[in-house]
Design a protein around this ligand. Structure first.
Ligand code: SRM
Ligand code: SF4
Length: 572
């Protein structure tokens, strides 16, 4: 029995044991890969995430299958980690080939500038991951308890700033990638990598308590949503060059309905560093997280809970123990703009880039909408560098001015809207994949947002608000993969067809929104928002945005506008 002065160490989560026993992520994945089953056991299923793949179930097929007493239809999602979202034309075309050969014939640009494939069968998993590596992309560390894809502004502007952020994103991704030889052994040549270390130098044998996400931003363009990152580097710019960074720690979106101990949290400024110290600071923060993060309760394991529970001052003190010099205080840098980067823009080097708005990041051919074919034709012909944006869109880079007419001709031929034909609200919106692939989804998201935006567009037009910048971010569960808790309107799956509606976020991504009402049937979401939008039109202050208006009015004033049946759901 423990004495009064002894503390009983909390029981570690089951995933910690799986990592510990995995021999640096090997487990028995290689053995299971060649057996006849269409899925992996629980331990390997968890380890596979570090290799960039999730074992999923086709949820559309689930109902019929259980009626017929047939087993689950297992499929795999494969995620590429692409720092700063940059891919060459050849890499994109290879990914498109792989999507056709091994996946469900679609590609998906993610909210962290990656590319996902869905619907891969176990028998094709090795070929899929090997082919991705052949085109010099990787899936290693795209998921799992390690550094995830590092985000940076994708715009190819020759402004002396963005290229530096892109370079840093690559340097961080290289330095923070797992060093285990398991990935090579299992997916590539099958041989043991002689140079691979016995232990992970940064992560140790049990890796991090949870996923860890890093992004870099400029104050005048917070397109990466720096406040949602576990670790953010916000540039200080003087005389047109980056002179240092504020280090922000503790952003994260995920929460669990009904568990008040879990919540979205914005990253807070902790200290200031010199430009050459970015990688070392990332390692210091990761070491701190490795040593102090919660390894008992995975729902409370993110670094945001350390920042929240300790407070900024204590966090700084602990971080000081991982940093050789005295920590400098953060500078007063605040974000002032957020760019989508869609449309036709000069790069500043005589070339141009064209940002295409891709609805929910899904590249597919469906009926007369043939985005996948259009992308292929554009990439084959123009051979551009492509950059994926944090809003799941894509930029065609390094173009001659003559390319614009060709691009718009192809878009029109393949039934794709030009950026100027897409409403402002649609351009600023995004949804997560949810059903049918995501095992955690409670409600639809990617498949429901387009129809919901049709209705919202109509209301905005009726109210004369179609010129307003506001976005809807929708997710099929409270994990927040489309970062819904920062947007002007956030819709979060609550129970089947019912959603929690949030309002009051800022276009700049620097403020959390608040719950307006709960358990709203999907068909009632736009009618619920209509009186709030009408009040915004009639009572806004000059140049006030919808998010700022909701924030200023506050919950009670906004709820007074709602129909009586909406008031049953609680606000907070
Ligand atoms: Fe996410 C889990 C999809 C960005 C918070 N996320 C998942 C899984 C893997 C479901 C699962 O664990 O079984 C989803 C796969 C669905 C599918 O079928 O593809 C999934 N997340 C996505 C993507 C594809 C959404 C998208 O619309 O693009 C994004 C992939 C990004 C990438 O390329 O790396 C994606 N996920 C995010 C973000 C946004 C971000 O990082 O900027 C968040 C909120 C920020 C954060 O991390 O707090 C996010 N995803 C989560 C969480 C909640 C984690 C938490 O600790 O609170 C989960 C659940 C979990 O980890 O247990 C999750
Ligand atoms: Fe799945 Fe939820 Fe993430 Fe959507 S928010 S992809 S439903 S985990």
């Amino acid at each position: 029995m423990a004495t009064e002065t002894e503390t009983i160490a909390p029981k570690l989560s089951a995933v910690e044991g799986m990592k510990e026993q995995s021999r640096l992520l090997r487990g028995s994945i290689a053995l299971e890969l060649v057996d006849a089953a269409d899925h992996f056991n629980e331990a390997n299923k968890n380890l596979l995430k570090f290799h960039g793949t999730y074992q999923q179930e086709d949820r559309d097929a689930r109902k019929n299958r259980s009626k017929e007493g047939v087993r689950k239809h297992h499929i795999f999602m494969v995620r590429c980690k692409i720092p700063g979202g940059r891919v060459t034309a050849a890499q994109y075309l290879a990914m498109d080939d792989i999507a056709g050969q091994y996946a469900n014939g679609t590609l998906r640009f993610t909210s962290r500038q990656g590319i996902q494939l869905h619907g891969v069968l176990k028998e094709n998993l090795k070929a899929t991951i090997a082919s991705i590596n052949t085109c010099l992309l990787t899936t290693l560390g795209a998921c799992g308890d390690v550094e995830r894809n590092v985000m940076a502004c994708p715009a190819p502007l020759h402004d002396g700033l963005r290229a530096e952020l892109q370079e840093l994103a690559r340097a961080l991704a290289n330095k923070l990638a797992p060093r285990s030889g398991a990935y090579h052994e299992i997916w590539l040549d099958g041989k043991t990598v002689e140079s691979a270390p016995e232990a992970e130098p940064l992560y140790g044998s049990v890796y991090l308590p949870r996923k860890f996400k890093t992004g870099l931003a400029l104050a005048n363009d917070n397109c990466v949503d720096i406040y949602a990152q576990d670790l953010g580097f916000l540039a200080a710019v003087e005389g047109g060059r980056i002179v240092g960074f504020n280090v922000l720690v503790g952003g994260g979106m995920g929460m669990t309905h009904g568990n008040a101990n879990t919540f979205p949290h914005l990253a807070e400024p902790i200290c200031y560093i010199e430009p050459g110290e970015v990688v070392a600071m990332a390692e210091a923060v990761i070491r701190l997280f490795r040593d102090h993060g919660n390894r008992a309760d995975r729902k409370r394991a993110r670094i945001k809970y350390l920042v929240h529970d300790w407070g900024v001052e204590r966090f700084r003190q602990v971080l000081a123990g991982y940093w050789e010099k005295p920590l400098q205080h953060p500078r007063p840098i605040t974000v002032g703009a957020f760019e989508t980067h869609v449309g036709w823009h000069e790069q500043g080097d005589g070339k141009w880039f064209y940002g295409l708005s891709v609805e929910n990041g899904r590249v597919k051919d469906q009926g007369t909408f043939r985005l996948r074919s259009a992308m292929r034709k554009l990439v084959e012909t123009l051979q551009p560098e492509l950059r994926i944006t944090p809003l799941q869109d894509v930029l065609f880079c390094n173009l001659d001015s003559s390319a614009k007419g060709f691009i718009e001709g192809v878009l029109s031929e393949y039934g794709i809207a030009r950026p100027d034909q897409v409403s402002l609200v649609r351009k600023h919106s995004m949804a997560c994949p949810a059903i049918p692939t995501c095992g955690l989804a409670i409600s639809e998201s990617e498949r429901s947002l387009p129809g919901l935006l049709d209705k919202l567009d109509a209301v905005l037009r009726d109210l004369g608000l179609e010129g307003e910048t506001l976005g809807v971010r929708m997710t099929g569960c409270p994990n927040g993969c489309a970062r819904p808790y920062q947007s002007e309107i956030g819709l979060v799956g609550r129970s089947g067809e019912k959603y929690t509606v949030f309002v009051g976020g800022s276009t700049l991504g620097d403020r959390l929104n608040f719950m307006l009402c709960d358990l709203v049937p999907i068909g009632q979401i736009v009618p619920t928002l209509e009186p709030v939008l009408r009040s915004f039109r009639d009572r806004r202050q000059p140049r006030e945005t919808f998010g700022d208006f909701c924030h200023r009015q506050g919950l009670e004033a906004l709820r007074a506008l709602l129909p009586a049946e909406r008031l049953a759901g609680k606000g907070h």
